[in-house]
Design a binder for this molecule. Structure first.
Ligand code: 4NP
Length: 155
């Protein structure tokens, strides 16, 4: 079982969508049982809230239900996960500083590390720029890339 946690700032826009889209893609591939997929945020400002209504509305236009409830990153997330995937570089630096040792730091990956169009770049934050459809496309495409590059079926 691969335990994957996506991390953004507020856990109401980017990382909940990544969680929902990777779940959808592994379901479609019949690989649901191989993964535990979750998300959280670095700042905790929206703890207990549903994802942003604009994120949910945009995703639902694509038939995707974004169900996660916002919560803040804990050290337990890093200890329990195999992959902690950060949606932007500020979040990445924050999570690296949060780690207690090298074993934990090795688990932290940038979401767009494999993206041929913009390697290691941020997923733009739609909370500020309103580009919900662009963000949907970036996240959907990069989840597929992760499944191809890192999470390829081995059996
Ligand atoms: P997210 O977007 O990190 O993609 O969930 C944000 C949502 C809320 C805030 C920042 C980013 N905020 O500061 O409240």
């Amino acid at each position: 079982m691969k335990h994957v946690v996506f991390v953004c700032l507020g856990n109401i826009c980017r990382s909940p969508l990544a969680e929902a889209l990777l779940k959808e893609q592994v379901n479609k591939l019949g690989r649901k049982d191989e993964f535990h997929i979750d998300s959280c945020g670095t700042n905790g400002f929206h703890n207990g809230e549903k994802a942003d209504p604009r994120t949910r509305a945009n995703a639902s236009e694509h038939g995707i239900d974004v169900r996660s409830i916002s919560r803040q990153l804990t050290l337990g997330d890093i200890m329990d996960a195999d992959y902690v995937i950060t949606m932007a570089n500020d979040v990445h630096e924050h999570v690296l500083r949060f780690c207690r040792n090298e074993e934990q730091r090795q688990k932290i990956h940038k979401f767009r590390k494999f993206d041929p169009d913009a390697p290691d770049s941020d997923v733009p934050d739609p909370w500020y720029n309103d580009r919900f459809e662009d963000v949907f496309q970036i996240i959907d495409r990069n989840c597929a890339i992760w499944l191809e590059k890192e999470f390829a079926q081995t059996t």
